[in-house]
Design a protein around this ligand. Structure first.
Ligand code: ADP
Ligand code: TRP
Length: 323
């Protein structure tokens, strides 16, 4: 029997990952996989809320698996699978829908944001927290590593587990989000949260010149080279914390002394990001040439995930009285 604690998390295949996705979510999967029995999946049915183009969906999915493998997830240790390969996710989502109220879903940040922007929201997006609850609860994870923006969704999963347990008897374990404080929100080049939707990202697997250009565009105040600067207020320094660990105290000292300009700070950061990314990028390029790799990884992942998900689903169906 496996005595390790269980981890589950997913990422939507909605575009190339950026430094914020990597530090906030993906890297944690690799670090935690050593001590946890891990399930990591591609949330393609969540992505379908915004991607209605089959070739783009296929390509994004392939890209994301390669990304996972390139950052160091080992498919022998981690169950890597695709949400749409397991009908149990949408099936359980439906069951949750039947006792979830509309006002409760209307409190979701994602829904409120869309409404504030006067967006015509689709039913899938409205129901996003229930599909995510199903994703999580089927596997009974102890922890769900995500960025701070996903905390509310994990709380929805906890609430939903409690509601189901009250209605039908003890069935689901309550999951915990896992959000290390120092990486809760990685700022983008404009200082807002780095996000694909804000056009402010430093892409993770991009070519050197793209990484450099994005880094050089980080917004700062207008203090000159010799002005003392507070590193904690600087968007460049926020990234040095992750990519320049060896020289962080020296950089911090020079900030405070007024002995470094933003241009030099950005150049050093860009060098360090490029240095960090290069081996992963090379591995990714090698993996992308391996014929049949993606199908093999996903096929094996599907089988292992199915063992867990189908057993839970049988239990749920008995509890609700359909079998
Ligand atoms: P995006 O906002 O770019 O669309 P996603 O919503 O696809 O990113 O997020 C994928 C994962 O990466 C989630 O777990 C999310 O919490 C994490 N994440 C995204 N952006 C950041 C960020 N700027 N800082 C920390 N974590 C992040
Ligand atoms: N909502 C998550 C995101 O935007 C992706 C996701 C879907 C997920 N289902 C999940 C994350 C289950 C953790 C657990 O990044």
């Amino acid at each position: 029997m496996n005595t390790k604690k269980r981890l589950l998390s997913g990422v939507k295949p909605t575009g190339r990952p950026h430094v914020g996705n990597y530090l906030g979510a993906m890297r944690q999967f690799v670090d935690l996989a050593k001590s946890h029995e891990s399930f990591v999946f591609i949330a393609d049915y969540h992505a379908l809320n915004t991607i209605h183009d089959a070739s783009q969906m296929r390509q994004n999915t392939i890209d994301l698996i390669l990304d996972y493998l390139a950052i160091g997830l080992d498919p022998k240790e981690v169950v890597l699978f695709k949400q749409s390969d397991l009908a149990e996710h949408t099936e359980l989502c439906w069951i949750f829908n039947t006792f979830t109220t509309m006002p409760y879903l209307m409190r979701a940040h994602a829904y409120k944001d869309a409404q504030a922007k006067n967006k015509e929201i689709n039913v899938g997006t409205f129901d996003y927290p229930m599909l995510m609850s199903a994703d999580i609860l089927l596997y009974e994870p102890d922890i769900v590593p995500v960025g701070a923006d996903q905390k509310q969704h994990v709380e929805y999963a906890r609430d939903t587990a409690e509601k189901f347990n009250t209605l039908f008897g003890d069935t689901f374990k309550l999951p915990e989000p896992h959000i290390p404080k120092e990486i809760a929100i990685i700022p983008g080049v404009d200082g807002q949260k780095m996000s694909k939707s804000y056009n402010n990202t430093i892409p993770l697997f991009a070519d050197d010149d793209v990484i450099r250009k994005a880094t050089m565009s980080i917004v700062t105040d207008s203090l000159g080279v010799e002005d003392p600067k507070d590193p904690e207020k600087c968007n460049i320094f926020a990234l040095h914390k992750h990519f320049s660990k060896d020289t962080l105290s020296e950089i911090e000292k020079r900030y405070r002394e007024g002995n470094i300009g933003y241009k030099e700070s950005k150049e050093r950061l860009a060098d360090n990001i490029v240095k960090f990314v290069t081996p992963m990028r090379e591995l990714r390029s090698e993996l992308s040439k391996e014929k049949g790799l993606i199908e093999k990884v996903l096929g094996e992942g599907r089988e292992k995930a199915h063992t867990v998900a189908s057993a839970k689903m049988q239990e749920v169906k008995k509890k609700i009285g359909v079998i």
